[in-house]
Design a protein around this ligand. Structure first.
Ligand code: NOJ
Length: 527
């Protein structure tokens, strides 16, 4: 059967899909400039098909001055030359579809780049102009207006306001190069819809929505409750007026109306809202299909943390039409191999976590390199750091570069087949030869081989049927659950091996042939 036809037929494909996050700069470089691009992704589609992923999420590849590596979008309806062009994107999309892989792209509605024509026009037009109305320009406080209009901090450090030469200030929740748009202005929503249609008409299968809990700002922009940690992408609750305002849901309803005109398409929201009920509001029938639940992404290697992450994620979707949506790592947080302790321990735990994540009911996101057990590269020299967090924090926080180092594909030395150039936008460690896709593909016991087997089972075995999860009694410091189709997953977080439960073993992250599940291991059984 033509995979393209199958793709269109299954409108709810995203409910249990495995999405693969391609951080475009770091996945594969097709033109030898040391930066990943669309041609690189295209050349690696056979790898992704063989790995068994259902869909891609490609991070922003739109024209951008790269103040925040593409999350500062100067033109949402074109391709940044560093990454390719529209023809390359169309070819990638067609080839992915032919291989049965869906493609979703990033939508960045909350802010634009300061290089966008709108912002440049706003600067030129001056205070009180309609052009300024698309952004959040305000007069400052104090007799001479030299104080920012309110006390909001930027999540990248420093105030969320910058002053322009005529004396007004503009709001930027992120970097100064990312001015926030005003969603009460009709142009802003109309433009968002135009962007959505532009990519949907080309054939994309959906969107990942950046800062999906942003966009709406409270009337009058009041001061927020002062907070010690106002930092990156954390959820600070109701006193933090920058996020999760009730008016944001009207924007999501508009987004959904567009998607509903393109059957089989979807959106997942980046919603850093930790309260289960507040998160559930984004998943109402006329809003997002999926919302990342970041509790698993931030959980430490402990029974309590992991169980809590599952319980809360399921609680937030119960009563909504949405399934849960599981993430272990992404381009904003330390990679989980490192979060779980690093080294051999971190790797064994990451293997077990992969089986835990992929056994849970709902959609799952795999970040490029998760399947290789890639760790953070925490010793990048200071002079190569690029994340705006590094500058904005006055060199006190190193930012997110450590989890964004390019992926190693083959060979013995940098850039390990990532690029034809040995130089890459972030340097790659000298000791990654054993980590490469090529080295791991040849080793049936590698984490990559484990992912391949797990994804194959997940998509073919009836054991994975059903969206419910039933906790099972388990030895101390272990977690065990069953899915309606019969899948049993046991995760051993204790300090000693535990007996292997009864039933045929489908897959294990470590050797269970002695009838025991080792420390830091997980097993799938047919229950
Ligand atoms: C969330 C993205 O994941 C992150 O990388 C980016 O810096 C911010 N949103 C701002 O767009």
């Amino acid at each position: 059967m033509n995979p393209d036809t199958t793709l269109r037929a299954d409108a709810d494909w995203w409910r249990d899909a495995v999405f693969y996050q391609v951080y475009i700069r770091s996945f594969a470089d097709g033109n030898g400039d040391g930066v990943g691009d669309l041609a690189g992704i295209r050349s690696r589609l056979p790898y992704l098909a063989d790995l068994g992923v259902d869909a891609l999420w490609i991070t922003p590849f739109y024209p951008s001055p790269m103040a925040d590596h593409g999350y500062d979008v100067a033109d949402p309806r074109d391709v940044e030359p560093v990454f390719g062009d529209l023809a390359e994107f169309d070819a990638l999309l067609a080839e992915a579809h032919a291989l049965g892989i869906r493609v979703t792209v990033d939508l960045v509605p909350n802010h634009s780049s300061d290089a966008r024509d709108w912002f440049q026009a706003a600067l030129a037009a001056g205070p009180g102009s309609p052009e300024r109305g698309r952004y959040l320009f305000r007069d400052g406080r104090g007799a001479d207006g030299s104080e920012p209009p309110n006390n909001w901090p930027s999540v990248f450090g420093g105030p969320a306001w910058s002053r322009v030469p005529d004396g007004q200030w503009y709001l930027h929740i992120f970097a100064p190069e990312q001015p926030d748009l005003d969603f009460t202005h009709a142009d802003v929503l109309a433009d968002l819809e135009e962007t959505m249609r532009f990519w949907l008409d080309r054939g994309v299968d959906g969107f990942r929505i950046d800062v999906a809990h942003g966009m709406a700002k409270p009337e009058g922009l009041p001061d927020m409750v002062p907070m010690e940690d106002t930092g990156l992408l954390a959820d600070h609750g109701p006193g933090d007026h920058r996020f999760d305002q009730d008016e944001v849901h009207a924007v999501h309803r508009r987004i959904r109306r567009v998607l509903d005109q393109y059957p089989g398409t979807m959106a997942v929201g980046e919603v850093w809202v930790s309260d289960d009920d507040r998160l559930a509001r984004y998943l109402r029938p006329d809003e997002l299909q999926l919302a990342f639940n970041f509790k698993l992404l931030t959980a430490e290697w402990s029974t309590e943390d992991l169980r809590d992450a599952v319980v809360h994620s399921l609680a937030s979707v119960s009563g909504t039409p949405a399934p849960a949506c599981w993430v272990l790592s992404n381009h904003d947080r330390p990679r989980h191999v490192t979060r779980y302790g690093g080294g051999e321990t971190g790797l064994q735990r990451a293997r077990a976590a992969a089986l835990f994540q992929l056994a849970l009911p709902g959609a799952a996101y795999v970040y490029n390199g998760d399947e290789l057990g890639m760790p953070n590269v925490d010793d990048l020299p200071e002079e190569v750091l690029q994340d705006p967090v590094w500058e904005r924090s006055g060199h006190t926080e190193r930012g997110r570069d450590a989890c964004r180092v390019p992926m190693p594909w083959s060979g013995e030395e940098p850039s390990y087949g990532f690029s034809s150039s040995p130089e890459t936008w972030l340097p790659m460690p000298a000791d990654w030869a054993a980590l490469t896709v090529e080295a791991q593909a040849a080793d049936p016991s590698s984490i990559q081989s484990l992912y391949r087997k797990a994804l194959r089972l997940r998509s073919s075995s009836p054991a994975f049927a059903g969206e419910e999860l039933q906790w099972l009694p388990a030895p101390e410091d272990c977690l065990a659950f069953r899915r309606p189709g019969g899948l049993v997953c046991l995760l051993n977080l204790s300090h000693a091996p535990v007996p292997l439960p009864e039933g045929p073993v489908l897959l294990a992250s470590a050797d269970v042939s002695a009838g025991q599940v080792p420390v830091d291991a997980a097993v799938w059984l047919q229950g």
